[in-house]
Design a protein around this ligand. Structure first.
Ligand SMILES: [Ca+2]
Ligand SMILES: [Ca+2]
Ligand SMILES: [Ca+2]
Length: 281
């Protein structure tokens, strides 16, 4: 009779564990950290927007017009229109914007995300951020599948990559590069600048890599910020602007999971006590 009670209990324990599992089998939690690795005295970046998708979300295409979402984050560092666009077009996506304020050299910003399906619906990572000083420069990935997070499921660790290096800074093509009127002049203690969103002359251009010397115009206009180092700002060198670290967090059961687990164990305990009581008869 004792043997029979044990056989009876084993499937019940399996059932209790199944009950205690989260609703989404592949749900994973990750921490995204952005570090501005630019040399001291050089560029900053607006709060980084990030999205996790199944590859159906394409932030932009080089040689094509930028979306409103890319225009606004590139010109004003405003991720709200991009957030709206992503939500409307990527129903299974998960997204967020790393905390303010903008990250200047050495700054670190982090944000945690929960319930990601890293094997499917949230496998690919996209990001975008304005580069300041600029009128409409941004960092972001053209290739929707460039950053595949499913690797985290096998290595259990961190995926890290540099952004904005090796010429990977984009001009959104939406605002004429006129540094006497670029958004963040005030933050660098120089004249000019803008006072509200979407100012500056429309460029009617396409997204393209920033080439030549993007800041020559600053120098000719005598708009040199104090202590600003133009040398690393040609954007064609290997020097990156930032590093992104995406870290898989240890799964932590949510309070309701604990409650279900305890409930399941109590059920198993009660039944096995009943089984023992019966077998003792
Ligand atoms: Ca693309
Ligand atoms: Ca431009
Ligand atoms: Ca504009």
């Amino acid at each position: 009779m004792m043997k029979r009670a044990l056989y009876l209990t084993a499937p019940l324990i399996a059932g209790a564990i199944a009950l205690a599992s989260p609703a989404v089998a592949n749900a994973a939690d990750v921490r995204v950290t952005f570090t501005n690795v630019s040399p001291a005295g050089s560029v900053g970046t607006s709060p980084l927007w990030v999205g996790f998708h199944n590859s159906s979300f394409d932030l932009f295409d080089a040689g094509s017009s930028a979306s409103l979402g890319v225009e606004r984050i590139s010109e004003d560092g405003n991720s709200a229109p991009l957030t709206t666009l992503f939500a409307a077009t990527t129903l299974s996506g998960i997204q967020g914007t790393l905390p303010s304020p903008p990250a200047f050299p050495g700054a670190v910003r982090s944000l945690d995300f929960t319930g990601l399906d890293l094997a499917g619906e949230n496998r690919y990572f996209s990001y975008a951020s304005m580069v300041v000083l600029s009128n409409d420069f941004f960092i972001g990935n053209d290739d929707a599948r460039e950053h595949d997070l499913s690797v985290l499921l096998s290595n259990g660790g961190t995926l890290s990559f540099f952004v904005g290096g090796n010429g990977e800074v984009w001009d959104a093509g939406t605002e004429v590069n006129d540094y006497a009127n670029s958004l963040a002049n005030g933050a660098f203690g120089i004249g000019g600048g803008q006072s509200s969103a979407n100012q500056g002359a429309d460029e009617h251009g396409f997204v393209r890599l920033v080439d030549s010397d993007p800041y020559a115009n600053f120098l000719s206009a005598h708009l040199v910020p104090a202590g600003y180092d133009f040398a690393p700002l040609q954007f064609t060198s290997l020097q990156a602007i930032g590093r992104v670290d995406i870290q898989l967090l240890a799964p932590v059961p949510e309070p309701e999971t604990y409650a279900m687990l305890l409930g399941g164990l109590a059920l198993v305990g009660a039944i096995s006590r009943r089984a023992r009581a019966r077998s003792a008869v």
